[in-house]
Design a protein around this ligand. Sequence first.
Ligand SMILES: Nc1ncnc2c1ncn2[C@@H]1O[C@H](COP(=O)(O)OP(=O)(O)OP(=O)(O)O)[C@@H](O)[C@H]1O
Ligand SMILES: Cc1ncc(CO)c(N)n1
Length: 503
Amino acid sequence: MARRIPRVLSIAGSDPSGGAGIQADLKSIAAMGGYGMAAITALTAQNTQGVTGVHTPPASFLKGQLEAVSSDIVVDAVKIGMLADGEVIATVGEWLAQSRPGVVVLDPVMVATSGDRLLADDAAEALRGLLAHADLVTPNLPELGVLLDEPTAATWEDALAQGVRLAERTGASVLVKGGHLAGAECPDALVLRDDDGGALRIVEIPGERVETRNTHGTGCSLSSAMATMQARTGDWEASLRVVKEWLRGALAASDQLEVGTGHGPVHHFHHAEGTVPLAEGEFTAGLWEATAKVRAEIDALAFIAQLDAGLLPESHFAYYLAQDAQYLNGFSRALARASALAPTEEEQAFWANSAQVCLIVEAELHRTWLSAHPLPPGEGFALGPVTKAYLDHLLAASSMGSYAVLAAAVLPCYWIYAAVGEELHRRHVARSAANADAGAHPYGAWIETYADEAFAESTRRAISYTDRAGRSASAAERTAMAEAFRQSTVYERDFFDAPSKYA
Ligand SMILES: Nc1ncnc2c1ncn2[C@@H]1O[C@H](COP(=O)(O)OP(=O)(O)OP(=O)(O)O)[C@@H](O)[C@H]1O
Ligand SMILES: Cc1ncc(CO)c(N)n1
């Protein structure tokens, strides 16, 4: 019977490096939505390079673990991995005879990815005997050969034929794995025995090989994920389709982990990255970090250096101010929309107040700076191309209907302006202290308005509200927020650079 959160037991060995064995099983079971449990058959000392030791506790203690679990908990599926020796195999066989769960997946582990043995030499025969208790057996190509007492299959066709022979001989269904094949393809296939024990059916699922050395634990991960999905769906083929796609993603994302120098583990939770709980400030810190390159480009602009040195041509300053006045008008409308979408009254009031402050600052620009720095007649207040593009971007974010995305889109206007302003102001103050003449700086009075503590406080609040929205957003919404933030940061850069192009 299908179970939404299946209770899945792994009976397997421990890999302290976390990539294989019960550690991989517990991660894979959780990744597939199950509740994971583990009865440990053996302890290995291993890492991504190989196995340096195996300690097998008395089989009676494994028996104790299995009884503790099944005397209290309904086990919906079991995955059986490393069994170490004949006594362990016998213990698991006895437990299955008494307490067999509805789904039994057996991964006949014999050798680690590194080539080290994980099953006693004389135990292969005992393992063959256990196969009959399984619903699904998941050997890799060398293991398939050993179980049949045949050479390792050299081609995929040979492997499929061996899979059919193993299914016929054991009565179990067989998952034939293409991981050990050469070439660009990495297919898997199910040799399925229908419930009525009738004819065998082969379902092949093709797949591209992921170019990586990080294949430690793929077999463990596959078998425990299959046990979990089967308990959820009752359909081996549907389960393999989901699990194979997930495992491909886990292999493709494995480089992010940087675990070990040998065959590294796969990234079991690659698909859930957007759902990791974030601490306060972490989301917006990530947005800031991701735009470091664009911000470095802003710092390197001639406009900033010239403004700082007091060498910015008048016409550039006038153009900048005229565009800023128009920008503030459109920006105010975007903020009013953020207020309309805000989830709390506190945020609603903040954005509404910011929208109003923008209009006050715009009026002030006209009254003071623009009257003192008039544009050439005729050029007046024409909307420049960057100003238009930036405002169009904010308008698009406003009309999406997502508060979180709109907050991310308006944030760079606060944050970048505050950061650039703070730096300009810091340098201006340092210069004034060192040089009595600094009072003559043509843009000194303007730079001084940058030090406004009220604006710094608004910036902190805009960051904090955007962060809160990001932390409770869906993965897709977070992606849209990051894109909106990045795009606005690019427009901030282009806005500072526009006078040099269009003034
Ligand atoms: N490079 C790869 N690209 C895509 N899929 C792969 C790759 N390597 C292995 N797989 C997949 O991983 C699963 C395990 O296959 P494999 O034949 O490697 O098992 P194994 O040898 O038992 O694994 P382990 O490395 O844990 O011993 C299969 O679904 C296989 O298709
Ligand atoms: C404990 C353990 N089980 C299975 C494997 C197979 O990958 C391994 N390397 N270690």
